[in-house]
Write a protein that binds this ligand. Sequence first.
Ligand code: F6P
Length: 354
Amino acid sequence: MRIGVLTGGGDCPGLNAVIRAVVRKGIFHYRDEFLGFLEGWRGLIEDQSMALNLDSVGGILPRGGTILRTSRTDPSKKADGFERCMKTIAAHKLDALIAIGGDDTLSVAQKLHEKGVKVVGVPKTIDNDLGGTDYTFGFDTACNIVCEAIDRVHTTAEAHNRVIVVEVMGRDAGWIALYSGIAGGADAILIPERPFDVDQVAESIRQRHERGRYFSIVVVAEGAKFSTGSGAPVAQEMGKDEFGHAKLGGIANVLAREIEKRTGFETRAVVLGHIQRGGSPSAFDRVLATRYGLGAIDMVHRGEFGSMAALRANKIISIPLQDAISKNRVVDDETIQIMDGLFQEIGAKETAAK
Ligand code: F6P
């Protein structure tokens, strides 16, 4: 078969591992030929591509980013965007397309599928917010990066008796904040799913100081919201992307000021930003991305189009693309309860030990 591959949306560690797995299995097991489209859907709209073969995927397993590069291009915002994508697919006589991306990229894949394109999706995003799958690749790496950053911030916060607010990505989902905050031993974790009361946050920090802990680490998701106020997350003044998403960011600085005002403790903000998306994928993400890639090429050969490779109970399965994109998978009540319980018990232990 002749198969097109593209990576769309924000990059994330593990994209190259998926491309490598797709191409190697496709060539070794199915004698497929591949064409890589550059910069997401832009590559199809503008017919920009590169050959994908055993040479081009050599040595890319540990590399972050994507050899195909990426963009947040939405064909529905371009003149004849979908028609041009379909024309490119026909011009290259492609039998199928593998789209590796998050909800935006996969919603375009779904629309193309509805127009008759034979497409299979692979879920990627550090945010871990795609429906239908237990984990997206890139999330584990991002959590490890944040966890290491929290460890580093811990020692300097302790040395200076400071409060440090660490802002992490995740858009409207608190997965990164929750997992890395627990892993890093944060003293407060604020996620978009639960608007927070800044007075309560300040009070818990004050109580910690009273117990003789003169520093605190607060992990805040970029999409977290104050319970008072507009109810909207803090956004950068940089407009929206093509899919209409506001560019989030800046809550750590606002929160740091509010905490310092209320407690009198010196408070600093650290915004981790794109550091969370860069560099080598973790071992977990390399394995997961490889499994997704192998699952996707098998799905193509089974003719399971309009589907996405998903991880459920440690098995790679095929689910309708529609299920993955219909709803953002934010942190659910059950997970919050488990993590909250864990957080409280650790806190109770520390109090008891004093
Ligand atoms: O969706 C991944 C993500 O990293 C979000 O966590 C973040 O809000 C957004 O992308 C940042 O996008 P950009 O790279 O376009 O600034």
